[in-house]
Design a protein around this ligand. Sequence first.
Ligand code: HEM
Length: 495
Amino acid sequence: MASRDATVEPITSSVSDTMLPSETGETKLPVKKIPGDYGLPFIGPIKDRLDYFYNQGRDKFFKSKIQKYQSTVIRTNMPPGPFIASNPKVIALLDGKSFPILFDVSKVEKKNLFTGTYMPSTNLTGGYRILSYLDPSEPTHTKLKQLLFFLLKSSSNRVFPEFEACYTELFKTVENELNEKGQSSFEKPNEQAAFNFLGRAYFGSNPVDTKLGTDGPSLIAKWVLFQLAPVLSLGLPKYIEDLLIHTFPLPSFLVKKDYKRLYDFFYESAGSVLDEAEKMGISREEACHNLLFATCFNTFGGMKIFFPNILKWIGNAGPDLHRSLAKEIRSVIKSNGGELSLGAMEQMPLMKSVVYEAFRIEPPVPAQYAKAKVDLLIESHDAVFEVKKGEMLFGYQPFATKDPIIFERAEEFVPERFMGVEGEKLLKHVFWSNGPETEHPTVENKQCAGKEFVVLISRLFVVELFRRYDTFEIEIGTSTLGAAITIKSLNKTSF
Ligand code: HEM
């Protein structure tokens, strides 16, 4: 455990009448009323929305409230608010100690809140409430999560070869563009590689050889925008954007045709998984909408955000880290007879730590929500708070995984942070999958079904990069989801 650093000022707790023992029973924490307010109806939520997107920005929005109320558990409105969300009021959890209450499905319900205080129209998902929106208490949750476990298991033999093939293609494209133009965007080639890889690995079907051609990524981008627009900023002038995408939902009929093209690809490609679904008592139609969502929203969306982030953090860390990674990765592959395997990757502690550190410092899905099922107590580092049944909890994950009381140099990318016995102990505070990194998704919890798969492909990405190059240089811009990376140079292996 580390002490608070300068990034978040210490909170001086004012001791109240009631004291409760902490979880460990060692110290007594004061019971406090949750500070913060929601403002006037309608006006309060809109003021908070404008502060969140434009006047302050996300991090400053939460940081200023922590300072104002001297608490990491506070009441606030969360976007979008009127007229999209009927109730924008949340209790925000802004430290690594209170955050894990969101994982305890015996105390919280996770129904219809995957995207937050609003739920996109089910017209965007074939009329079905998709798995991500189901609470584990709903019987369909178990069946659908089992189906995804089946999908991941049945594709496991294809992951290594298809990843290598699709990302070899990506590096070729980037190299060609570098030769021609002196720089190359990472975004488009990454999206094409990711979607082709998923079609080939999950379903044994190469999208570019079907009617979809190379259109998959742009169809998905439009469809995802219709779901997430209320919580995104596209960089348009503030009041126009706020009215256009944060005030009313975009009409789903505008994306119907695009969705149908994606659906047809999945229906034709996923035959054997759909057969399995029928055996499990799920209709082919419901299964297919779920496979589409898991592939295009959960997985493709994740790769679209996280792979550029990995490049950003490793790129910024500089050539010394690059060479160390290249050395470790190549020597392990060499000692494994030139073969890359799961076992070989386990012998690459620096590479593994770097991937976890990228997940810690910038969790790809920063917001998680859950509703209190019962009256409960939530503990921060400084106090205990009473929450009433039915209240909405919201966790801002970057503040939980950059909590200076849990992580030393919390704001810094420390490549070797998770190495060794002491380093591995910190993994329980890494939450990108909606659960501690030391735990696993089951049909009883809401942890990301693709957790192990995501860690595997993220590692593969770093390995494929440093098999080929000693060092690289990038330029970083912003985009609506994740970072916009321009590759300025790739230096081929010299050892
Ligand atoms: C970088 C990639 C990914 C990230 C960052 C990510 C993140 C998350 C997060 C934060 C949640 C919890 C959301 C919530 O309930 O608040 C979640 C749930 C989920 N994810 Fe992922 N995910 C990724 C990839 C995948 C993949 C590859 C799959 C595919 C099979 C997947 C399937 C799911 C499903 C089905 C749920 C809901 C689980 C349940 O209902 O029990 N995700 N993911």
